[in-house]
Design a protein around this ligand. Sequence first.
Ligand SMILES: [Fe+2]
Length: 209
Amino acid sequence: MAEYVLPDMPFDYGALEPHISGRIMELHHNKHHAAYVKGANQTLEKLDEARAKEDFTRLGALEKALAFNISGHILHSIFWENLAPKGGARPEGELAAAIVEDFGNFESFQRQMRETAGTIMGSGWAALVWEPMAGRLLITQIYDHQSNLSQSGVPLMLIDAWEHAYYLQYENRKTDFFEAIWNVWNWKDVARRFEAARQFKLGLAGTKK
Ligand SMILES: [Fe+2]
C-alpha cells in the first residue's frame, strides 16, 4: 500500500490556456509530479529494507532522496491548488492586509515574487511562506524542492521555476511565464492556506503572535 498518491488535478489540463499550455500541465502532473510520488514510495521501501538487513551504509543518500521526493510531491500538490482557470486579480481580506503589512504594498510583493523566481540558479521555486516564529509572511527561494526553507515555514503560494514548468511553451523566456502566471492565481486557495498556517503554534519563547 503506497504511502503517497498522485492527486487528481483540480481542473482539466487545458483549462489554464493560453497562460499555461495543456501539454505542459499534462507532462508536469502526469510525468514529473508522478515521478516524485513514485520516488518517495520507493525510498520508503528502501529504508524498510535497510532496517530489515541492518545495513545503514546508504542512509544519508536515502534520507536526501526522501526529502527531495516528498518535498517535490508536496510543493506540486500545493501548486496545482494555487492555480485556477478564472484566477488572477488580487487577494482580499486578511491575506491582502498581511501582504501590505509585510511587503509594503501588493506591487512590491508581486515584484519580489517575480524576481525571486527569476534569479534562482538552477532548479527551484519562489515561495510565499508563513513564518510562525515572527508570525509574518516571507518570500523565499527553494532550491530543488527542499533547500532554503526555514524550519516550520509553511509554503502558501508557489511559482515553479523548474524548466519543466515552462520550457515547452516559453522556451528561454522564463520571465514571460513568471508574468503570465499572475493571470491564473487562485487567491481563495492562498487565503485558505494562510488562515490554516496562522493557527499553528510553535510553542517557543520568542514567538510573536
Ligand atoms: Fe514542477
